[in-house]
Design a protein around this ligand. Structure first.
Ligand SMILES: C[S@@+](CC[C@H](N)C(=O)[O-])C[C@H]1O[C@@H](n2cnc3c(N)ncnc32)[C@H](O)[C@@H]1O
Length: 283
C-alpha cells in the first residue's frame, strides 16, 4: 500500500500503520471531539468560494464537513491509500463527492501552484512527521501553496514549556514510534510550534489550549455519535483482531497505556500536556 518506490524503513512502517488504521473506517483519528473541529473551522472564515486543502485528511471527516457546511471545494490529501479509499466512500455517503476531491500524496511535495489555497487545515498531522526539520519542511511546503493573507490552522498535541526534562524523556521514549516510527504525539511545546510557523512565513494569530485529560473521552463520545454504537462496536472488534495478528500494533498499544497514565491521569504530570488549536496567516 506504500506508494513511493524508495522510502526509508521507518517511513514504510509508518505508512503501513496508517493503512491498517485506515481499514478500521474511523472518522476521526485525533485528540478531542467534533466540537474541536468545528471551533477550528470557525477560525478559518471559509465561504462558498474558498479553496480549502485538508492535509493528512485521514478518512475525510473534516473535508466532508466543510463541503456540507460551506459548499466550498476541498482537496483532501493523505499518504495512506486505505485512508483515501475510506474518505472517498464517506464523500459519496454524505453526497458531497462533487465538492471534495481526495487523493494520495505527500506533504513534502504537493502538486499545487504557489498561492493556490485560501485555507489549509491539518488535524493531528505535524507531530506525526516526527523530527523538527521535517515539520519545518512540511510547513514551508504548506506555506508555498497558500495565498498571501490565507489561513493555516492546526490541531496538535503539545508538552508545555514547563514540562520537566524527565517527564519529557519518558514520553519521548514511550511515544516515539507510537504513530509509526518517528511519529510522536506530544513532544513539542506551543513555543516550538510557533517558531516553526513563523519561520515558514505563517504568522501565528491565536492559540487555544485544551487539556489532555479529557481528549480521549471527548473523542470516544464523538466517534459513537458519528459511527453509531454498532459502528463503534464493529471498529473495536476489527481493531482487536488486528491487534492479535500484528506484533507492531500490540507493542504500540502497550506503550500507549503507560503514556496515557502520565499525560491524562497522573495529577503530578497531566497538566503539562494538552492539545491546541492554532490559527496562522500567511504573511
Ligand atoms: C493521526 S492521523 C490524522 C488523520 C485525520 N487528520 C484525522 O484527524 O482524523 C495522521 C494522518 O497523516 C497521514 N500522513 C502521515 N505522514 C504523511 C505525509 N508525509 N504526507 C501525507 N499524509 C501523511 C497518515 O496517513 C494519517 O492518515
Amino acid at each position: 500500500m506504500v506508494q513511493e518506490d524508495e522510502i526509508s524503513e521507518g517511513e514504510r512502517l509508518k505508512s503501513e500503520y496508517y493503512d491498517l488504521v485506515g481499514g478500521w473506517n474511523l472518522p476521526l483519528v485525533r485528540p478531542g471531539g467534533i466540537s474541536d473541529t468545528d471551533q477550528l473551522l470557525e477560525m478559518c472564515e471559509i465561504d462558498t468560494g474558498s479553496k480549502v486543502l485538508e492535509m493528512g485528511c485521514g478518512a475525510g471527516f473534516t473535508s466532508c464537513r466543510i463541503a456540507e457546511w460551506y459548499g466550498s471545494h476541498v482537496r483532501g490529501i493523505d499518504r495512506s491509500q486505505n485512508m483515501i479509499a475510506s474518505a472517498k466512500r464517506r464523500a459519496k455517503e454524505k453526497k458531497v463527492d462533487d465538492l471534495v476531491d481526495f487523493n494520495t500524496g505527500d506533504v513534502m511535495n504537493l502538486e499545487f501552484d504557489d498561492g493556490f489555497f485560501d485555507v489549509v487545515i491539518m488535524e493531528s498531522f505535524l507531530n506525526i512527521l516526527g523530527e523538527p526539520e521535517l515539520i519545518q519542511k512540511a510547513l514551508e511546503e504548506i506555506s508555498r501553496v497558500v495565498r498571501q493573507g490565507g489561513r493555516v490552522v492546526v490541531n496538535e498535541m503539545f508538552a508545555d514549556e514547563k514540562t520537566p526534562p524527565k517527564v519529557k524523556e519518558y514520553i519521548q521514549e514511550h511515544l516515539n514510534g507510537l504513530c509509526g516510527p518517528g511519529g510522536n504525539l506530544a513532544r513539542y511545546s506551543p513555543t516550538e510550534f510557533s517558531n516553526w510557523f513563523e519561520g515558514a512565513g505563517l504568522h501565528v494569530v491565536r492559540i487555544v489550549k485544551k487539556p489532555a485529560s479529557t481528549m480521549r473521552s471527548d473523542l470516544a463520545k464523538s466517534l459513537i455519535k458519528e459511527m453509531g454504537l454498532f459502528g463503534f462496536f464493529t471498529f473495536t472488534i476489527k481493531a482487536s483482531r488486528d491487534m492479535l495478528s500484528n506484533k507492531q500494533l500490540r507493542g504500540t498499544t502497550r506503550k500507549a497505556a503507560s503514556v496515557q497514565r502520565v499525560m491524562e491521569r497522573n495529577k503530578d504530570t497531566r497538566d503539562y500536556f494538552g492539545y491546541m488549536l492554532l490559527l496562522s496567516e500567511k504573511a
